[in-house]
Design a protein around this ligand. Sequence first.
Ligand code: FE2
Length: 361
Amino acid sequence: MTDVFPIKGVDHLEFYVGNAKQAAMYYAKCFGFTNTAYAGLETGERKVTSYVMEQPGIRFVISSALSGNHPIAQSVVRHGDTVATIALEVPNVHEAYQSAVARGAVGAIPPTQQSDECGVLEFAAIHAYGDTLIKFIDRSGYPNGFAPGFVNRATVTSSLIGLVGIDHIVGNVEQGQMERWVEFFVRVLGFDQRMHFDDRAISTEYSALMSKVLEKGGKTIININEPAQGRRRSQIQEYLDYHQGPGIQHIGLTTHDIVQTVTQLRQAGVEFLPIPQTYYDNLDAWVRETGLPVDKFAELGILVDRDADGYLLQLFTKPVGDRPTLFFEIIERHGSRGFGAGNFKSLFVALEQEQAVRGNL
Ligand code: FE2
């Protein structure tokens, strides 16, 4: 079957923040990113400061506005620091944009060419949930830099902290809106719906939510959550209240050595959700039989889960900003293509405790 909407993968995620210089330093010092390119007043850019932060397989762009009336500043007022753009690399920007709009997407940036002495970069964008944009980028004509207007800084050869890629990108939408956005990714962008978790699977008692998983080409994975009615305020509703609308909730980052990666992240000051010792006392026998270092997992707060295809190791940071919105997941997969459904209950107990501390339960 021919793909109705070919994409090569995630090109980058762009963050809109209040202070790009300091946020970039957080991602450098704590998450091991290298600043590979920069645009700002010194490079002739008068409105926005942007830091391109990279490690192999992962590219973040951290941007802030230089005046209060710029849309990035307005985004920060409303949402706090947020992931504003999912940029997908496509083979043909014109075709991507035209076919997305023809299938019902709302255009945000029509196909645009930017050029300098390094080449030509083509891009366009459509609107997704909330204020999130999905950008289409063709960098085949611009192989040696990030974009016109940026100056190159360092190059990255290896990851300092062991992160190797983006596993999945998760968005939160309002109650009753999940189906609409699942349908958007399927119909407009040709994603396949792979699995879903209803509110029974994701606990009726704690921070209830529903979730669907969309996949493209086996490697680009986008999940959509909506709040569900539980006894307490859903964790998704807490996000929506503080983000003031839908947006990206968390980004799953892949490592091949979660113990080493999490040890380094913790040493650098990254905070993770605390997991009670009882979780490790009650682990199924297969975990020790597989030879996994359970004591080390307990020390670091690493969760384990398995399904028919294999197992996975995962854990979640606390929110990385002041508002209880964006966080990261660190994940090491051994065959399993799931998302740790077996951990949802204990995870949500931990999440609920954090919500209670914030006075938001
Ligand atoms: Fe996740």
